[in-house]
Every structure is written in structure tokens, then in C-alpha cells.
Unconditional design. Structure first.
Length: 365
């Protein structure tokens, strides 16, 4: 079985590398270099249907800079890293990476440092996202620039719950016994319990967290595992309070459900994705323009107003210019969360402790 898995991964990498010269979704002829007088081509690695393969994304960038943009659609984090380690450097130019994995890519030697002084929009980006250690190399040089973010925070059905809720402590309130749902994900669960118990979400006392999560079980109706899983439980009335992705809350709100989504006073669980430049790119100048474009006002506003496919802008100037209606749809009204606890990498020892604790919590009577 392991041999088959290994063979399958090798074949996937070979096929991916074979496709790199024509990957992604552009029907335009292959671009040639500036020297030949034809359009320069930028290859961007990102998840499919994730903002950049849109009219306000790659299409607008290509028109503005008279170039071509091709997408290499990521299928998994290990797959992308394997592609870059096995000939992808010099062919893929820019990659979207979460800080959970940034250092892993850096240690593999597949990323370039980024001179942020050449980025027009850099100083307008949320300082708490651009300053984290996980986006720097050992010399303090930047290797990743934030471009999109979101939260996993507290929701409740306002048709059922009329009390004003401001704290994670509501999940532990006995009056909501059998009405709570929690994402079946160790990182969000442990950091939520850490905030509830007044601890550092990055390094909480695990005994205290475990006790809190076991105590919460008497209120939990279900642990949701997917978008459809949550939507079914919420729309059926099976659950009325818990945690959920902001994008799902927006979707349900737009469909007419009276769902409220708040950022508790103790803080909220967040995520942020970053653009990184691949080592040995032949299009570094264009890659820098891509990062500046994706963090600029046109793209960030387009992303924030994309309806059911909208995401929160990292550009604070754009956030400040959004209409009240748009900010409400993104759960940024009247103010967005100030205390966002990003998902960040764990040591091997921490990872073992966190995953083991979560399994033990779910198995507890």
C-alpha cells in the first residue's frame, strides 16, 4: 500500500511538471520573453476559485501589465512543495502559502526574500499580519506578504437567542445544553478554549484546556466537519450557537437566515494567506507587481465585494473605504476584530500534544 502511495505521488509530480508550461486556465497562446517581443507570462500557484482566477484578479492584472497569467491550481500542500523541490522552481513564479507551512517551504530552499520597500501597498496592510515571525527568514528578511484573511468565530441564531452575546463563555452556558456545535478541528478548538480560560492561545496550559473542552461536551450537539455538515445542522435548527467560518455565516446571512457572527472580547481564531516568490523565478519584477496588485485597492475592493465569494481585505485603506453594507457582510462592522489569533505552526511535540488532546476530548464520556 505504501509503495502504491509513493508511486502515485511520483506520477502526480511528473504530470504536474509536464503541465507547468501550459497550466491553469488561460486559453491564450503561450507567452514568450520580453527579449522576443512577446508577452511575459507569470505562473501563479493558488487554490482554484480563490479570488485570483477572477475578472478582478488575473484577467485585470494581465490587461494592466500587458502580460499573461497562468494558474497552477494547488491540490495539496505536500504536492506543491514536492513540485517545487523537483524542478518547479524557475517555472512557477508566485505561490500562495499559509504561515502554517511557510517555514517548511523556506527550509526546503524554494523561496526568495521580498524587498517590501518596492511594494507600494505594503505599509497599508494589517500590521499584525505582516509582522509575524513566521513570514521572516533567520535574518529577519520578509518571505511572505499577506493578501487575504478570515476568521473562525462565534455564531448564534438570533431567532432563538435574544440575549446579547459578547464572550466565548456563552458556549459553556448550561442553558445552551445540546444546542452547541464546534468545528471538528483541534487547532480552532484548543485556541478557543485557551481564550475562554484566559490563556495564551499559542501556548496554553493543556490540562486547563482539556478540562474546559471536556466540560463543554455536555453542551455540544455535534462536531461539524465540512461546509455542508454545518449548514445542514444550522438550517434544520439542530444547533443554535457555536463556532463557524466567517464565509459560511456570510452565506447564510445572504440567504435570509438571522445568523449573528461576533468577535468575542477575548479574541477570535483567524487565518491569513501570503504571497511568496519562488526561488530562481525569471519574472521577479512581474511577480512583485502581482503582489502589489493583489494587495492594492482595485483587487482588494473586488475581493471584498464579490458576494458569496467575498473575503476580507488586508489593506486597511480599502477596509476603511468599504460601505457599511459590505463591512456588515464581512462581519467588519462597526469594527473588525483587533485581537486575531492566527493559525501558526506548532513544533512536532506541540502537534502531538494538541492532536492527542483533541482525540481524548472527543472520546471522553
Amino acid at each position: 500500500m505504501e509503495a502504491k502511495k509513493a508511486l502515485s505521488l511520483v506520477l502526480a509530480i511528473v504530470m504536474a511538471m509536464a503541465l507547468l508550461t501550459g497550466c491553469g486556465g488561460s486559453s491564450k497562446p503561450a507567452a514568450e520573453s520580453k527579449e522576443s517581443g512577446k508577452k511575459e507570462k507569470l505562473v501563479v500557484a493558488n487554490w482554484q476559485s480563490y479570488a485570483t482566477d477572477s475578472d478582478y484578479g488575473a484577467a485585470a492584472f494581465a490587461e494592466q501589465y500587458n502580460c499573461e497569467v497562468e494558474h497552477y491550481f494547488i491540490s495539496s500542500i505536500p504536492e506543491l512543495l514536492s513540485v517545487l523541490e523537483n524542478g518547479g522552481t524557475g517555472k512557477i513564479d508566485v505561490v500562495c502559502i499559509n504561515p502554517l507551512y511557510l517555514q517548511q517551504y523556506l527550509n526546503a530552499g524554494v523561496l526568495e526574500t521580498i524587498d517590501t520597500s518596492k511594494l507600494e501597498n505594503y505599509n497599508n496592510l494589517r500590521e499584525d499580519f505582516r509582522s509575524i515571525d513566521e513570514v521572516k527568514d533567520s535574518n529577519g528578511s520578509i518571505i511572505g506578504v499577506p493578501w487575504v484573511w478570515g476568521t473562525t468565530s462565534l455564531f448564534y441564531n438570533a431567532d432563538v437567542i435574544t440575549d446579547e452575546i459578547t464572550s466565548w463563555s456563552a458556549l459553556w452556558d448550561s442553558k445552551y445544553a445540546g444546542m452547541v456545535t464546534l468545528e471538528n478541528e483541534y487547532d480552532a478548538a484548543i485556541r478557543t478554549a485557551a481564550m475562554y480560560t484566559g490563556q495564551d492561545p499559542r501556548n496554553p496550559d493543556m490540562d486547563t484546556v482539556e478540562k474546559a473542552l471536556v466540560d463543554l461536551k455536555s453542551n455540544v450537539k455535534t462536531y461539524w466537519t465540512s461546509h455542508d455538515d454545518f449548514v445542514k445542522a444550522y438550517t434544520s435548527g439542530e444547533v443554535v450557537i457555536g463556532n463557524v467560518w466567517g464565509s459560511i455565516a456570510t452565506e447564510l446571512k445572504n440567504e435570509g437566515y438571522n445568523i449573528q457572527y461576533i468577535h468575542p472580547e477575548e479574541g477570535t481564531v483567524g487565518w491569513c494567506d501570503y504571497w511568496c516568490i519562488v526561488k530562481d523565478t525569471k519574472h521577479e519584477e512581474l511577480a512583485m507587481k502581482w503582489i502589489d496588485f493583489c494587495t492594492g485597492e482595485y483587487f482588494q475592493n473586488g475581493m471584498a465585494t464579490a458576494g458569496s465569494q467575498a473575503y476580507s481585505p488586508v489593506n486597511t485603506v480599502v477596509t476603511g473605504q468599504l460601505s457599511d453594507e459590505t463591512r456588515q457582510s464581512l462581519w467588519l462592522y462597526p469594527e473588525g476584530p483587533s485581537n486575531v489569533n492566527l493559525a501558526l505552526p506548532l513544533t512536532d511535540e506541540q502537534l502531538t500534544k494538541w492532536t492527542t488532546l483533541w482525540d481524548e476530548v472527543k472520546a471522553a464520556n
